[in-house]
Unconditional design. Structure first.
Ligand code: NAP
Length: 307
């Protein structure tokens, strides 16, 4: 299948381009980006020009930041193309629902990807937790924003999500591995006085079985980076470390620490399957948890952030 990649920035170059190149299912037929391009691939700066010139491209994969994504996605759906969305699938839940309705009525595939769910040990963690009673679950997602998002002004603007941009990855894993749904009961948001989005957040969740579930997101962590989920159950303790690449159960470790490992190849394999069977996958639960934390969160002004 031919795919057009839109928004040639960090994640497109780091993950999408190599995943497409390595896949037997996909051919990178065009890019759409105002500044970026990929060597040897037809480049457009405008999506409508690409859609008009290349009716043979049936799939559009959007790697833009969340705020501009809705207009691009709707344009592609209106032109009869299947759409794959980077996470988060939009800036608001309302626009995600509108995209899903449009895809459904046109009979097109729409895929809200959550790359962290494809991390190596997530499926194994889900299987291990399935028959256990959860007592507590602690998410710790602490990284250095200057290292992972250098110069990205959009993450600090409204709709950019701030520390929830990586934090939503943890929430995408938790909503995948827990057999029941959780919801937000309270949050504290630390927002630099010159920014619109949080640099740190702590969240408390309701779990239907009464387990103590919390999250601690912080973008100010220098040195060792932590992307961990620790669950304590009636059958022992499980830790998912390195963003889901490593699992420790009762002290025994499995998995490898390759960052993002096979996540994007698995997303593109999943998209190929969805297109071939005409499916839609728009699980918005991670985004609901983030928007609820932003709605309930107590705001604390903190030091200015300078990149
Ligand atoms: P990025 O490099 O800052 O942006 C990607 C590209 O989008 C830019 O190069 C730009 O291309 C285009 N763009 C930016 N603002 C735009 C606007 N207002 N209108 C139209 N196009 C715009 O961001 P990124 O890190 O790749 O992240 C993009 C998405 O991928 C985010 O939703 C992020 O959460 C997700 N993601 C990122 C990572 C990561 O490690 N960075 C990992 C996983 C997922 P042109 O200027 O050439 O048009």
């Amino acid at each position: 299948m031919k795919v057009a990649l839109v928004g040639i920035g960090k994640i497109a170059v780091d993950q999408h381009v190599p995943a497409i190149a390595a896949s037997p299912d996909w051919e990178l037929a065009a890019t759409v980006s105002r500044h970026g391009a990929v060597d040897g691939v037809e480049a457009y700066t405008d999506l409508s020009a690409c859609l008009a010139a290349r009716p043979d491209i049936r799939v559009v994969s959007l790697c833009l930041p969340p705020v501009p994504r809705f207009d691009y996605a709707m344009q592609a759906l209106n032109a009869g193309r299947h759409v794959m969305l980077e996470k988060p699938p939009g800036a608001t839940l309302g626009e995600c629902h509108a995209l899903e309705a449009a895809a459904r009525s046109a009979g097109l595939t729409l895929y809200a990807t959550w790359h962290s769910r494809q991390a190596d040990m997530v499926a194994a963690a889900k299987e291990w937790l399935a028959d256990k009673a959860l007592q507590s679950l602690q998410i710790t997602w602490k990284e250095d924003v200057r290292r992972w998002h250098p110069g990205q002004a959009w993450i600090w603007e409204s709709g950019g999500l701030g520390v929830f941009d990586p934090g939503i990855n943890a929430l995408s894993i938790v909503t995948e591995i827990l057999p029941v749904d959780i919801h937000v009961t309270g949050a504290t948001l630390e927002i630099p006085e010159n920014c619109q989005t949080p640099i740190a957040a702590r969240i408390a969740f309701h779990h239907p079985g009464g387990a103590d579930v919390t999250a601690d997101f912080d973008w100010r962590r220098e040195g060792d980076q932590t992307w961990e989920i620790e669950a304590v159950t009636d059958g022992g303790a499980l830790t998912l470390a390195d963003g889901g690449a490593v699992m420790r159960v009762n002290g025994e470790s499995s998995g490898d620490t390759a960052p993002l490992g096979g996540e994007y190849p698995r997303l593109y394999a999943q998209m190929a399957q969805l297109v071939s069977r005409g499916g839609i996958d728009m699980d918005l639960r991670p985004m609901t948890l983030v928007t609820d934390a932003l709605a309930l969160g107590r705001r604390i002004a903190t030091d200015r952030f300078e990149d």
